[in-house]
Ligand binder design. Structure first.
Ligand code: HEM
Length: 163
């Protein structure tokens, strides 16, 4: 897609893209912060997912865990978007040509849609089932899908370097 390539070319040649690309230390430092963000985001999301799946943390209600961990999920996600965009900017045309990068972006989109669908449908009735050690099928499915998607995103992220 020509317009997408032009956008990537423009981002890659912007002062922001160039400064990260031309620096010897910025890319590794930003990538390290990207990794810290993964720990926070995927760690916190996994706690909720395991509870939804009925595998762990069954002594806690789902809403108590959500209240506790959602701020960490959002904070980790914000770090990921900012650091991810800076990494992307430094190699935007290369990322345009990377099929794995596209897969990763699609998986992030899918994880977001899964979370939204669960939030607006399954979670609305949380008060009626959150004390049950085993959540309803829709919640268990949302948990399984979420953990698989986040692990897939981490795998795809690591794989980009070799694609
Ligand atoms: C939302 C959750 C995200 C996760 C779990 C994630 C995961 C990862 C992982 C595991 C790596 C490899 C790190 C390494 O090799 O040391 C990586 C690298 C990278 N990520 Fe992310 N990422 C996320 C979001 C984003 C976003 C939103 C963008 C872009 C807008 C992005 C762009 C990149 C880029 C450009 C690289 C470097 C690829 C390379 O040249 O090797 N990431 N990510």
């Amino acid at each position: 897609m020509q317009i997408l390539y032009s956008l990537c070319y423009w981002i890659g040649n912007s002062p922001m893209g160039k400064v990260v690309h031309d620096s010897a230390w910025m890319f590794p430092v930003i990538e390290t912060i990207h990794l810290f963000g993964i720990v926070v985001l995927v760690g916190a999301a996994s706690v909720l997912d395991l509870r939804l799946m009925g595998v762990a943390f069954k002594d806690f209600t789902v809403s108590a865990l959500a209240d506790r961990f959602l701020p960490w999920i959002w904070a980790g996600f914000a770090v990921q978007v900012v650091t991810g965009f800076l990494l992307f900017a430094s190699e935007a045309t290369k990322m345009y040509g990377s099929g794995v990068f596209r897969v990763k972006m699609l998986l992030i989109l899918a994880a977001g849609i899964n979370a939204l669908v669960f939030h607006f449908i399954g979670y609305r009735s949380v008060g009626t089932w959150e004390r049950d050690p085993v959540a309803p099928l829709s919640a268990r499915l949302a948990g399984v899908l979420s953990i698989l998607l986040w692990f897939g995103i981490v795998g795809a992220g690591r794989w980009i370097a070799y694609s």
